[in-house]
Design a protein around this ligand. Sequence first.
Ligand SMILES: [Fe+2]
Length: 222
Amino acid sequence: MFVHCPFSVFHGNLASFARFCREGSIMTDVAPLRDFIRAMTRLANEDASETRWLTEGATLLRGLVADEAWLPDAFAEPGPRYRQYLLHCDPLERFCVVSFVWGPGQRTPIHNHTVWGLVGMLRGEEVSTEMVRGAPMRTGQVDHLKQGEVVAVSADTYDIHVVENALRDRASISIHVYGGNIGAVIRSVFDAATGAEKRFVSGYDNTAVPNLWDRSRDTLAA
Ligand SMILES: [Fe+2]
């Protein structure tokens, strides 16, 4: 459970503070993320084709990023380099959901994915620039994502790109969905000048994921 707990209002009374947090008086409502994951799991259970993931999944992701309030603060924190927080991984690693947080001026290396992916802009703006193999590599499609927009990547048609925060004065956050456990997938980063490819496994920046399943208040209210 991740809560916004303004400690200062309790004037240092730790017991009150702890009770406030436990009772979740001001708690991020992660229900939109839970509903999204359920819908994506149904797609996975139907053994959806990549076309279905990139169309029906994109529609679902558009719905998720239409409201930006559900993301707990712990997964929206920028760092000295861009952050990659795992929000959920399907138990069979058929898909995962990741929060990417870009501080001002931050960007990825040129990288590939090897699996399908969806990118939905939650807060701020980012630029995704496709890179085409060669020496030097050349730029292809450029997507400037604004809040609420969704774009796809695919191993077959658009797999190599570089992504950067389009805003110079604040963080931007995008929600990504991939057709696998992306943090554990063997991928590549590329040198722009020579096109040289280097093995890359990204991992994640967090060790705990959001608790989607404390529905006790729903149960009590029913
Ligand atoms: Fe990417």
